[in-house]
Design a protein around this ligand. Sequence first.
Ligand code: CP
Ligand code: NVA
Length: 309
Amino acid sequence: KGKTEPRDFLHISDFDKATILKILDRAKEVKALIKSGDRSYLPFKGKTMAMIFAKPSMRTRVSFETGFFLLGGHALYLGPDDIQMGKREETRDVARVLSRYNDVIMARLFAHQDILDLAKYATVPVINGLTDYNHPCQIMADALTIIEHIGQLEGTKVVYVGDGNNIVHSWLLLASVIPFHFVCTCPKDFEPDQKTVEKARRAGISKIEITNDPKEAVRGADVVYSDVWASMGQKEEASYRRQVFQGFQVDKALMQLAGPKAYFMHCLPAERGVEVTDEVIEAPNSIVFPQAENRMHAQNAIMLHALGL
Ligand code: CP
Ligand code: NVA
């Protein structure tokens, strides 16, 4: 791709603070334009995007496809049975063929190495729509949502309750770029990847805590954040995990311990009654739907950045 600045969007920590904040500012700007009903801004006119999905999706698929269309472009959905990357065809071949048709590639895959390979061989920007390791577009949307509701991300306390999964890794990578207080509270042996925790701590930007005590962790939180206990690809462990994760459900009592200023966030899809109660998701301080909406606006800005527009 031959540019000094990375045009792929694979990990938040591939960018400096100024770039991340610039993308978030751009997201706000383009969001305001789209919400005003103005349809005259068409920077993606004449451009196409290939979207590869090895896993199911609602938000990622609909927000990318809709956002790219609203800004003038055309997106192609390639489901799990279409490309079968690594099975029907090698990743490096997929990368080079799609690069000859499309201006940008978005992919949701299992192994993180697959998106690294895709980016390595593609000659157009590659955007990570979730892997087993991380979910950078989600956490960009979450940062935008926090900025909108609290005024800024810097200095806030974000407490993630549950499995130390791909969502947590992206929070940690954001915390290695922008200063805030990030706490992950999870059952023992479900901690996030140790190397990623060390990377975030070594960056020396944010206060990072990994604990096994949810009640203590949530005190004074600005945001209590939850995700499914069994991610895509782990669904056969769901009933085992339900036992191990007892005590990590975000319920009214836990939100009360967090305190009155705490918002509730969840990347969705949620299993109501499992990692979060119905009551908490439906409460006035739950911002899960503005958060879901912001996927589209954050990603529009990520795509504009990736395409150098
Ligand atoms: N949050 C999120 O990525 O949702 P989907 O799995 O529906 O895309
Ligand atoms: N951790 C979840 C996130 C879904 C958006 C998963 O990987 O299934």
